[in-house]
Design a binder for this molecule. Structure first.
Ligand code: MN
Ligand code: MN
Length: 306
């Protein structure tokens, strides 16, 4: 990997780490999710980065892909297990990182187990190792404490302007996963532990979309909307919150309805909220590792893997 790319990964990682620290300070019971995500996304820009995706704040049985919508009044619950997932890009080089905060002792073991699973998994990341071996490390820690890993969520390789670049790092020993960790590639490692079924399903709620650039060659209604989103985001995920001018133009409900229509028509990719069964609790930790021939570096904590 060339020096410029490494520099940009480290810059994105440094900003993501600062945003994560800020998230830990700001996340408290009663805080509006809308104000939390706005503070963090603005902070990322202030530090010279760009959000790679809307800051995700997923609560309790929600594992991923929830973010605040326009006028969202919801707040962090007293007893919440709250995943804050932050992506930063610098010129398309992406750092992807997540933490779980919880405000009561009840879920401390779930959270600490997941943190430990990530710690151990990161130590296993080396050129040539099978991704499923990393999954085995995660599974052992999580199952050892009586929790389940979420089997249908996984870590992933990253590429320029691409969050899920094709290779996966499973959260269990997946004998059908033949990927091996390669030098010169950035990977997000992200264990999820759950008190539920260990499987997430799509909720009806969709807060995040990205564009399929196929619309560029067609004349369709909503084209101007797609174009103004595309100009700002290309194919990276976005939230309706980031386009207040479109919400003003079309009305909030009209804008939302159009996004739904465009995704039904195949011009947008929807990312529904992903949840385990109601009543369950899910924790997640995530860091991005840049694997290099002469040693790897966790870009979101600025630590070397020895
Ligand atoms: Mn993430
Ligand atoms: Mn990720």
């Amino acid at each position: 990997m060339d020096e410029d790319a490494v520099k940009k990964y480290l810059a994105a990682g440094g900003i993501a780490e600062k945003a994560k620290d800020r998230a830990m300070r700001e996340a408290k019971p009663g805080v509006k999710i809308l104000s939390l995500v706005s503070i963090l996304e603005n902070y990322i820009v202030e530090l010279g980065g760009n959000p790679a995706f809307p800051v995700n704040v997923s609560v309790n049985n929600e594992a991923a892909h929830r973010t605040a919508y326009i006028n969202d009044e919801s707040t962090l619950p007293e007893d919440g297990v709250v995943k804050i997932d932050i992506g930063v890009h610098v010129d398309g080089f992406i750092a992807d990182t997540a933490i779980t905060v919880c405000f009561s002792e009840k879920y401390r073991e779930l959270v600490e187990t997941t943190r430990e699973a990530l710690e151990k998994a990161l130590r296993a990341v080396k050129p040539g190792i099978r991704a499923s071996e990393i999954g085995f490390v995660i599974e052992k820690v999580v199952r050892g404490r009586g929790f389940k890993v979420i089997r249908n969520l996984s870590g992933h390789s990253l590429a320029e302007y691409t969050i899920h670049a094709g290779e996966t790092i499973p959260n269990y020993r997946d004998s059908l996963n033949f990927n091996r960790i390669r030098p010169g590639v950035a990977y997000a490692v992200e264990p999820f532990a759950s008190t539920g079924r260990g499987v997430v399903y799509n909720e009806k709620r969709v807060n995040i979309y990205s564009i399929r650039p196929t619309f560029l060659f067609k004349e369709i209604s909503g084209e101007h909307v797609l174009m103004s989103i595309y100009k700002k985001r290309r194919t990276l995920p976005f939230s309706e919150r980031w386009f207040p001018e479109l919400a003003t133009l079309l009305g909030v409900d009209g804008f939302r309805e159009l996004l739904k229509e465009l995704s039904r028509a195949g011009y947008l990719i929807p990312y529904p909220v992903l949840s385990d069964i109601p009543g369950s609790f899910v924790a997640q930790f995530e860091d991005t590792v840049l694997v290099l021939d002469d040693g790897s570096v966790i870009v979101t904590t600025n630590r070397a893997i020895l």
